[in-house]
Write a protein that binds this ligand. Structure first.
Ligand code: TRP
Length: 460
């Protein structure tokens, strides 16, 4: 019997049963994919799952454009958990991705009561300043505010047509007394995630969203909305091959050859099918079976690996006919470093996390008080060994502070064997945290002048 997981973005607890999460939410395990030039997050298994990352990496391999979208909640302070997302973005950026960062100021205004002015200040001074220090390249990064990008808000409305309260209830656990700001926020967030692929913001290309697994409900919603808005469906056939079907909706019926009286408009329908066939011929397929009346096109020789190419062509066709042409966003999921208090790290719980601008003395105190995987007495520890899997000091070195994989492996083994004591582990972590934080402080000073360069034109 598997535990029935409830994951929601607003909860203060979190499941760390990652295998269960993968199977219950239909994620793909990252171990099945080979990533180029893996970062520490990949090498240490800290990014454990994805959806459609292969689509993104194949664009990268072909030298085609691809983008990353992430968002920040401009309330509270930036902690080390947030840094993991930034490190992932940097890695994608090093592979050639363009980066879009949403400041969720409408969301923080509606759900946390922050003024837009305050949200702006927090976003720039607390978040973007740290992003600059962490090495993001302003050249290919665009930070924008939800409140000053009308297209994002418009998309929230447009996409809202394709879902309903029951679906939001199923995805988020909403009920009758849920504040509607919590209903609107995910729709705006869907706008955040999908709009970079509109022609005005970079055009059709794969977009990947790196998140902690608690944000997956947003991705499930957004992927569903994108798929439901598509004019052309792609289905793999049991006996091999791919079938393309038309998805007739209120706003595309006329364009797809369904007249106002519901009757088939043969001429229009035939021209749609002809366009599909022409596109497929362009891609090099020869055996194409079209049925205009049913609105279906079959390509028996197409294989699974042809899907992406065909899909992109169809999305372009949809756009040329007046549709949105949205590709489902890809995503990657990272594990959570345990909070200092044992729960989720949270900006609103100062003792649960290490913040990027904490004083070293504060960090020292926090690590000394953190949960340890050591034994109660030295004698027992030497005899039974410690458990690095639950030891916050060890975990923080692995997640945040130690670059050397080999050194980590040694520390891990020596802790298990009882050679390293719990206090010694804490001191190793404190030393590294101190180095990291003082270096970061210096970098913040050196990169402070870059903050404005990260802003998109509509954010200046
Ligand atoms: N809701 C996210 C948070 O709580 C912030 C956010 C807004 C976001 N838009 C996004 C995250 C798009 C990822 C993608 O932090």
């Amino acid at each position: 019997m598997v535990e029935d997981l409830h994951i929601d973005p607003w909860s203060s607890t979190q499941s760390t049963d990652y295998d269960n999460i993968i199977s219950q939410f239909g994620l793909q395990s990252l171990s099945e994919i080979e990533v180029p030039n893996p970062s520490y997050l990949h090498r240490r298994g800290l990014i454990f799952a994805h959806r459609d990352l292969d689509v993104v990496l194949s664009a990268q391999a072909f030298g085609d454009p691809f983008g990353v979208l992430t968002g920040l909640m401009p309330s509270g302070r930036m902690h080390l958990g947030h840094k993991m997302v930034v490190d992932q973005i940097s890695w994608f950026q090093s592979l050639g991705a363009d980066i879009t960062i949403a400041v969720a100021d409408l969301e923080s205004n509606a759900t946390r009561g922050l003024s837009l002015e305050r949200a702006r200040k927090v976003a720039l001074e607390e978040y973007v300043a740290n992003y600059a220090a962490l090495g993001l390249d302003p050249e290919s990064t665009q930070v924008y505010f939800q409140s000053s990008r009308p297209l994002v808000q418009k998309m929230a409305f447009t996409l809202g047509r394709r879902t309903n309260l029951s679906e939001l209830e199923a995805i988020y656990g909403f009920s009758g007394d849920t504040n509607l700001a919590h209903v609107q926020a995910p729709l705006v967030q869907a706008g955040d995630i999908l709009h970079p692929m509109l022609d005005e913001f970079g055009g059709l290309r794969p977009i990947v969203v790196p998140v902690g697994v608690d944000q997956d409900p947003h991705l499930r919603l957004t992927r569903g909305l994108a798929a439901k808005s598509n004019w052309f469906n792609l289905n793999s056939r049991k006996d091999g091959g791919i079938t393309i079907g038309l998805s007739i909706q209120d706003d595309n019926a006329a364009a797809l050859g369904v007249a106002a009286d519901g009757k088939l408009d043969r001429k229009v329908r035939q021209s749609v099918i002809d366009k599909i066939v022409a596109d497929l011929t362009d891609l090099g397929f020869a055996d194409i079976l079209a049925n205009a009346k049913h609105g279906s096109v079959q390509i028996p020789s197409a294989t699974h690996s042809d899907r992406s190419l065909i899909r992109m062509k169809l999305l372009q066709l949809e756009r040329s006919m007046g549709g949105l042409g949205l590709l489902q966003p890809a995503s990657t999921y990272h594990r959570f470093a345990v909070g200092l208090t044992g729960d989720k790290m949270s900006s609103s719980l100062p003792n649960s996390a290490i913040f990027l601008t904490d004083e070293i003395s504060v960090v020292e105190r926090k690590i000394k008080q953190a949960f340890s995987g050591g034994q109660p007495t030295v004698e027992e520890h030497r005899r039974l060994g410690g458990n690095p899997d639950v030891d916050v000091a060890y975990q923080y070195m692995m997640y945040f502070f130690e670059e050397d994989d080999k050194f980590l492996a040694e520390v891990n083994a020596d802790y298990r064997s009882g050679k390293i004591l719990a206090g010694e582990m804490k001191q190793l972590c404190i030393d590294r945290a101190g180095d990291w934080l003082s270096n970061h402080k210096e970098l913040r000073a050196q990169t402070a002048h870059l903050v404005n360069d990260f802003l998109a034109d509509d954010a200046k």
